[in-house]
Structure formats: structure tokens, C-alpha cells
Design a protein around this ligand. Sequence first.
Ligand code: SF4
Length: 378
Amino acid sequence: MRGPDVPARSLDARALAALAANPGCARRAVLDGAGVDKARLATALGSPSGFGQSQFALTRGNAFEARVKADGGAELLRLAHTHLDPGAEEPEGAAVPDLSAQGPEGRTARTALALREAVRAGGWTLLDHPMLVLDVAGSPAFLEPDAVVVHPDGSWSVVEIKSFPMVDGSADPAKAGAAARQAAVYVLALEEVAARLDPAPRVHHRVLLVCPKDFSNLAAGCAVDVRKQRAVTARQLARLTRIEELAGALPEGTCFAPDRPAQELTAAVEAVPATYAPECLSACELAFHCRDRAREAGVVTRLGRPLRAELGGLATVEEVLSAARGESGDPDDPAVAALRRAAALRAEALRDAAEARREAAEASATAAAGRTAVTACP
Ligand code: SF4
């Protein structure tokens, strides 16, 4: 579906967290499942995304991560010891196994082996950029956390390294929340590895977030509880419709190769139903394309999920206006009744405002006439 010569675009934890944030969108599920590069597709459709990190932010983030992991990850392990496991022995001389292998499958197997060996060996172990795999709606998603730490008691923790600052011990809540959602995906993938071992090692639900301290080059850490994000993500991923079912409903030969003519691509994309919501703007590369289509169709989902939920069975702006005017809709439907009441209140408010304007105009005309009479008086 992504085209014969187009390499698969692998899903990362950021994309998975976003996929779980909009589980009702079949379009995103199919495109991600088929490994389509959505940024290229959006450009080919004529609606390029303004989505993703800038080159500057990427470079700065990579430089900070390299600094934190220097000297065998001594600083990172010190932060893990301080914030996650202060009762354990000092992380002196921790092991940092080589995880290099051929391809994502090879790296995943190498990571699983390194985790098993680390548990057997005891002590602290740092896994730098391990590779994990998670089954997403029937297709494997390979994930690469910044690091995983194995504690002396054999338990495992996820480490997320970010380039946004931690000022006085706390980071921007929105950015920290996004990092927590991403880390929750890694925790789920790590739990799948743990489940294959006997006895299964404990995977901590508190992850280590490492950021620059107060805009400096120094590293600051804090433990983030991701239990809630993990539970939400697990539930959403389990609810995702299986990709085979979605793909089976598409017309024969549907192809999303970005070198196809725009008209053909548009038809292919439109063949998969989408559920656009304003949240897509910060989570999906196709957001501008889907927003334009949602506007054309007048669907109410583009105004936000809370409003959509309040409108019940009314799916388009036209249906909402018609119900408010009393031209359609069941008057016993609470949404229709509320709309009619709102329309009546609005009409009353507009009438009052018009009346007030008329009275103000009359008063000002009377005052002007009085001034003219006084001026004209000899
Ligand atoms: S932007 Fe479009 S494809 Fe992406 S999640 Fe939203 S509706 Fe689905």
C-alpha cells in the first residue's frame, strides 16, 4: 500500500502515543500500519505539515544526550540511583553492553538477551538505545528508548532524555506530559520482554526524566509516575481495530506512494475514513489535509471532541443549525432541545441589543436637536 519501492516508515513511541490519542481514526491506523511516510504524503497531497522537531532542537537534544551518557553513563546512572532507587548500592562500574546488531529484529533480540544477562549478572546495567517491539493493531512497531536501566535487584526502568529545561526541579507540564506518554509506550514494550522471562523482572512504572538544569549544560533528573498514561495507552492500543479489517474494506489496488498523481493520492486517502479533531494539529502530519476536508464536510468533530459529545447524533454544522432553527431533529432529544433554547435566548439577546441601540440613537438625536436649538437662539 505504501508503494513497491518505498521503504517502510517505522512507528516511534511519539507516533504511538499520538495514535493512542486518536484511536477512532482508521486513516491514521492504516497509514501507520502500512509504514507510509505521512509527512511525504501530506506534501504530495499539497498540504505539507508543519509538524515535527526543528533541526536546531534535534541537534541540541542529541548534544545534551551525548553529554549525559558520557563516561559510561556515569551521570545518568547517578541520577537513576538518586531518583529511582536510592536504597540500592552505588552504580560504580556499571555494565554498558554493546547492543549493535543487524536490522531492527536483530537489535530487538540483542536487547532481550542483554536484559536477561544483566538480570543474571546483578548490579547496575545501562542499555544505551535498546530496541523494543510492540504489537500495534497486528503489526510490529519497533521502539528505541533513550535508555533502559537494570537495577541491582533485577528490575528495569525506562529513561527519557529531553532537551527542554527543568527549572527549579520542574519542567513545562505540557512537555513533561508528552514525555510521560512516550515513556509509557516504552514501559508497555518493556513489560512484553519481561513477560517472556521466568521469573518476570519487575518493570518500574516510575520513569526517569532527564533534562538540562535551569537552562545550563548540567543534567537534572526527576522520577515521573506513568501509571495513568500506561493504563490509558494500553487500553487505547487494545481498542485499535485490526489493520487487516480496515485494509480489507479498501478498494483493490489502493496505494499511497507519494510519487502518484495528487488526484489519485487524494482518492486513496479519502477512501479511508478519518476522525479529525483539533488535537490532530499537534500529533499527525496529515492534520492540514484532514482539517480542510473536515471543514468542507462541515463535520462537528473539527470543533473538538467535548462539543461533539454534547451534540449527540448531530454530525454536521448544517444539521446543528437546522435543529436549532426548528427545521429538523427530535424535540425530545436533549441536544436538540438545548440548541432550540440557545437559539431562542440568542434571538432574544439580539432583539434586546437592537432595541438598546435604537433607544441610544433616539436619545442622541434628541440631544443633538436640543444643542442646535440653543445655538440658533439669538
Ligand atoms: S490528521 Fe487525519 S489521519 Fe491524522 S489522526 Fe487526524 S484525522 Fe486521522
